[in-house]
Design a protein around this ligand. Sequence first.
Ligand code: SF4
Length: 362
Amino acid sequence: MKAAFPYMGTAPIALDGLLRTLGAEVVLPPKPTRATIELGTRLAPETMCVPFKITLGNMVRCLEAGADTLVYVTGSWSCRFGYYGRLQAQILRDEGFEFRLLELSHDRIPAIINEVRAMNRGRISSAVVNGLRALRTGWLKSTSVDETEACFRRTMPTASDPGACRRLLAAMLEEIQIADRPAAIKQVRGSARERFAALPTNGRTRMPRVKLVGESYCVVEPFINFDIVARLGEMGVLVDPFLTAHRWLGFHGFRLGKDEVLRMRALSAPYWRYCVGGEDQNSVGQLLLAAQDRFDGVIHVHPFGCMPGTVVQPTMAKAARDTGIAYLPLSLDEHSSETGILTRLEAFVSLIEKRHRRENGK
Ligand code: SF4
């Protein structure tokens, strides 16, 4: 089996490790570019949200690279995400591609177990052992990526050479990707703090803090959000994304972090009673939490054409006004311009820096 799956941020590093340990060959697409988004936009229905278009473009690249099985998480949710797999498969077959669609959903667990068994030549004992090894590898890689990215976010605002900080992140992610034994993965994870701490600093001791909230793909994928975490880091801002690739896999893949979901539901209840998707309830709750924790601002990223993301925006603005926290909504799609987004970010940073200095007596 040559498997490919939709691609988001650094999540493929863990998923690649997990599937390879299970016995599958994995075809990873090149990172998204303008060409990927243009390809997806040409094939997708016009009003579809931008994550659909980018992942569709990715899947074409994977099929061209030899993938014969496309793996999707599918289901029935309030937004379109649960239908991505079936709709993309239909579009790709209409384009003449031949492949097998493998749907991962709660009601297909026996079929998924059979797939794992088939990858292990029908032997249940090997399937169980390899399944456990695969979960361990995936978990170790995912936590290692998360720890490395957290070190990067903390270091970037104080790095005297942001380029060196970016290069270290890229090098460490590659090391995690190629590490194939648990000890090697742990070794990279264990070295993250020390390696980032060794980078020269610019002497800055205080920095504004911004919470990044919004739709999962826009928060986690740097291509669509114009690398917002690193860009703000270069401007001296510490960014705390409410979701990372690791947390996304935990929340949505393995239903971890239920307490946090319940907490966000309770916090957001005065403003937002029902979850309609697109991390709407989480975003409102996280904005209120950021205000309580005295963050300097909240940036809300969502795709243009994303129903939940668009509908929740006025509520986010109201909650921000009520709590007095600075709020910047950014609607993203294939037409968004880097210059336009950067200009808005610079203006926002200038505003929160002024407030930060005023409130900290400097
Ligand atoms: S949350 Fe929005 S962008 Fe994401 S799949 Fe649903 S509708 Fe599309």
